[in-house]
Write a new protein. Structure first.
Length: 128
């Protein structure tokens, strides 16, 4: 279980770092402070740690709900603490909504990729 937690946290930190790199490369971020990078790693690691729940007996639908909730809460908190958004209810709800939509798109892409991979594996197994 510890290995799953570490691997999932590392993968999530990699995704978070990649998104930060894209923002920097596109000019969205003028400068990045070390505290911003560290807070991004912490938020991403939390999502990765929650992802390890898939390896338990908790139903996957409940794990997805927990993962989305932790992700939205972590990234929204990070945005407020780093002063990317102001501490205003409307801004917080908007940022949380956008974060949820981005997470939903990423989840859907991974789901479709696994669906296509499964279909391909089944076709190869049926050929034999």
């Amino acid at each position: 279980m510890v290995r799953n937690v570490l691997v999932n946290a590392a993968i999530a930190i990699g995704f978070g770092s990649f998104i930060l790199l894209l923002n920097a490369a596109l000019g969205i971020l003028n400068h990045i402070q070390p505290k911003e990078v560290i807070s991004l790693w912490v938020a991403s690691a939390l999502i990765g740690i929650v992802s390890a729940l898939y390896y338990t007996k908790i139903p996957s639908s409940l794990v997805r709900i927990i993962q989305f909730a932790v992700g939205v809460a972590a990234y929204t908190t990070m945005a407020v603490l780093n002063e990317w958004i102001t501490f205003n209810l409307m801004n917080i709800f908007f940022y949380a909504g956008v974060t949820f939509i981005i997470m939903l798109i990423i989840f859907t892409i991974f789901y479709l990729m696994s669906l296509f991979d499964s279909k391909e594996i089944n076709e190869k197994l049926n050929e034999k």
